[in-house]
Design a protein around this ligand. Structure first.
Ligand SMILES: [Zn+2]
Length: 257
């Protein structure tokens, strides 16, 4: 390779470097109180809890009350530890290293590998494992480590007992869209933009479930120009400009990611 070409290559790489910035670090999901819309629950944190930042939730006559996913994701554990520790528990993987735990359940309503969205009932409040009375033991973790719980971005009370009212799934739901690319498969990205890794494709004409929407790279597609991206699975996003949803812009009742 001659000197002239080396210089040209350097210029090309420099240009690519400017045009293809690294994907930004992913923000935390918007976690919601893990009970159905409108319910109020007493949540207790305490310094001798294990792990320290977990919350124990109670309300009157709570045995058998439904527990819901606090954000969209994929169920990756549905485990019964018997009479010790968490007893019957569910873990949801929300992507980008975030997981949530729901312990001492009376029973399960999901299975491993299942995609869940806000408000999805995953099980029922119980007193299994090392529990001495019905309650929900709830945790948020990042890369496996216990983190201080946030609901809608707001830090929970450390330390003490506080009433939390759920807006989980209030009028919010998933939507169905139809991919329209006029032939070419549509690239699925790991985040809401063309700078994120390609993690697969969806065929022209495919039906997709949209769990939430967010803004990202502006894309011109079959339905015009839009910066909206649709999350169709854990770590799976497609440009809304190629998706027929029946709505221009954001879909009413579908949450922001
Ligand atoms: Zn607990």
């Amino acid at each position: 390779m001659g000197k002239r070409w080396t210089g040209l290559l350097a210029a090309v790489l420099l240009t690519l470097g400017v045009l293809l910035p690294a994907a930004p670090a992913a923000a935390a999901p918007t976690f919601k109180v893990p009970f159905p819309c409108g319910q109020s629950w007493s949540g207790q944190t305490r310094t001798d809890h294990s792990p320290a930042y977990a919350i124990d939730f109670n309300r009157t006559d709570d045995l058998g009350d439904p527990v819901v996913a606090s954000a969209s994701g994929t169920v990756d554990r549905v485990t019964d530890l018997g009479g010790t520790s968490y007893g019957k528990y569910v873990r949801i993987n929300h992507g980008n290293g975030y997981t949530t735990y729901y312990a001492h359940l009376n029973g399960f309503n999901v299975s491993v590998g299942q995609s869940v969205g806000y408000g999805k009932v995953i099980g029922w409040v119980g007193s299994t494992g090392g529990s001495t009375g019905p309650h929900l033991h709830y945790e948020q973790r990042l890369n496996g480590s216990d983190i201080q719980v946030r609901f809608n971005g707001a830090l929970a009370l450390y330390w003490g007992t506080k009433t939390y009212t759920s807006d989980n799934g209030c009028g919010g739901s998933t939507a169905t869209g139809t991919v329209n690319t006029s032939g070419t498969p549509l690239t699925v990205r790991s985040g809401p933009g063309t700078g994120y890794d390609a993690v697969g494709t969806v065929a022209d004409g495919a039906t997709v479930t949209i769990y939430c929407q967010t803004s990202g790279t502006t894309v011109t597609g079959t339905y015009g120009t839009s910066s909206i991206w649709d999350r169709i699975g854990t770590g799976r996003y497609i440009a809304d400009a190629y998706v027929y949803t029946g709505h221009d812009g954001y879909i009413p009742n579908v949450p922001r990611c």
